[in-house]
Design a protein around this ligand. Structure first.
Ligand code: LLP
Length: 452
């Protein structure tokens, strides 16, 4: 396939599963040749729940959330951690996030509905989106969400009108684009001047939005929000953005008399999809975010605001794996070996969309060296339907269970029904127990909305 680039460096790496380190869920281990997560045999999970299957390590998710709380509050007590629901959301996840004492960032009416159905406290919800509909704004205000993150002048007017009609005033953050281009894939950069998100600082729009917000009775301006991108490895992108935004907070105070009481620095911390990836740790992230805000606020004589961080991927991605059953194996002489699985771009669009890279193992021979180079293809009618390109795995045979790591974020949440594929179930595993939190779709589900 011309557009699936060959990786000339692809070689068996002879690593066994346990050597994949940070790519693995924290409770991953190999027992009698099988991959275990949360104390459970993934091969048995595949048999019990069927494949394709998302398996999430609950301990991993909880540990990540606790680490974010610990390593941000270590530097400043007044910090909250909001899990970015777009990375992975279902009712069980909302409940888990609430149990860990974290906030939730929702980016649509659907995400808000899921959080409310899970009983998530609305005052701990931040409502995001660059084009929230009137219905979504109404639902957010009526639910009593803690913050609406305002993204445009139209939205400021709409929130004001809706809140005023209800004789209320809605707490808002103004989303600003600090003009920092983070070192990541262009599709997931969001903090530059040329962005559909937020108000620019350099062009004066952010200051104008604040000035307008302060005049509106239905708006209770609390502070600012920024999000510079996703899968960010270089923490200095955050440091630069914080310097710029705190400088702006000083300008705001001088120009309007308003003191920013809350600063949300968004998400974006990168993770290890592959063995060579060395993302910053949560501890390093916490130090840069909080210490830099404190330091710049002191320099400008500003009070240190309530800080919010919004991690998504770094909480959920490495917690999750996708289990597939190996189907046809096509060895095309001098071209490549295609291993087809019972899923693909419908449960993981990230390879097709971003050239994402994943590590995988055969879960039922997890202690064997990864001695074959294969391209793992999905089952859909699209030649770009690829999960792994020229990747090392144990030599596969029909019926093996293939486990792809790092799929806990932006896979289930971006899944589709292309080819009328039913979307996989999600199982949470912890301490030797599994619980089904999202069941597999049925053919009836696929036609539930057909009314003709
Ligand atoms: N806060 C806001 C306002 C965001 O837009 C995002 C992600 C986050 C927080 C969480 O960022 P994280 O910690 O997960 O990097 N579909 C893409 C990622 C899109 C990210 C969109 N915004 C992917 O699969 O890589």
């Amino acid at each position: 396939m011309a557009h699936i680039a060959h990786n000339p460096d692809a070689r068996p790496d002879y690593k066994t599963t346990v050597e994949l380190g940070a790519v693995l869920p924290q409770t991953a281990e190999v027992r009698d040749g099988h991959l275990y997560i949360g104390g459970l045999d993934t091969v048995a999970l595949a048999q019990e729940y069927g494949t394709a299957l998302y398996v999430m390590d609950e301990t991993h998710i909880r540990t990540q959330l606790r680490n974010f709380l610990e390593w941000t509050r270590y530097h400043w007590k007044d910090v909250d951690v909001a899990f970015a629901g777009k990375a992975f959301l279902c009712r069980a996840m909302c409940q888990l996030v609430a149990e860990e004492g974290c906030y939730l960032d929702v980016a649509s009416g659907g995400e808000l509905a899921c959080a409310l159905a899970a009983g998530f406290p609305p005052e701990h919800i931040l409502a995001h989106g660059n084009n929230k509909t009137i219905r979504e704004l109404t639902e957010a205000i009526d639910a009593g969400v803690g913050r609406i993150v305002v993204d445009s002048f139209e939205e400021l007017a709409r929130v004001n009108a809706l809140a005023t009609e209800r004789a209320q005033s809605q707490a808002v953050l103004i989303r600003v684009t600090p003009g920092i281009v983070a070192d990541t894939h262009a599709y997931i950069q969001t903090g530059g001047e040329d962005s559909k998100f937020g108000f620019g600082l350099a062009n004066g729009l952010a200051l104008r939005a604040i000035t307008e917000a302060l005049e509106l009775d239905g708006i209770e301006l609390v502070g600012l929000h920024m999000h510079i991108g996703s899968q960010i490895f270089a923490l200095n992108s955050y440091a630069k953005a914080i310097e710029v935004i705190v400088h702006f907070m000083d300008t705001v105070r001088t120009e309007t008399g308003f003191t920013v009481a809350e600063l949300d620095t968004g998400g974006g911390l990168g993770i290890a999809y592959g063995v060579p990836d060395e993302p910053a740790t949560i501890k390093q992230f916490g130090k840069v975010i909080v210490d830099d805000i404190k330091e710049h606020c002191e320099q400008h004589g500003l009070p240190v605001p309530h800080i919010i961080v919004e991690p998504g991927r770094s909480v959920a991605a490495n917690a999750g794996v996708t289990l597939y059953t190996v189907g046809t194996i096509k060895r095309i002489p001098e071209v490549r070996t295609y291993v087809a699985v019972d899923g693909g771009m419908t449960d993981n669009i990230r390879t097709a969309l971003y050239d994402a890279h994943y590590e995988a193992v055969i879960a039922n021979r997890a202690d064997a060296p990864r001695d074959s180079i294969v391209t793992v293809a999905g089952k859909h009618c699209e030649s770009g339907d690829i999960v792994l390109i020229d990747a090392p795995i144990q030599t596969p045979v029909l019926g093996d269970v293939l486990c792809v790591f790092g799929t806990g974020a932006y896979c289930q949440s971006m899944a589709s029904n292309y080819n009328k594929q039913v979307r996989p179930a999600v199982v949470f595993v912890r301490d030797g127990a599994a619980r089904l939190v999202v069941r597999r779709e049925t053919y009836e589900d696929l036609m539930r909305c057909d009314v003709g």
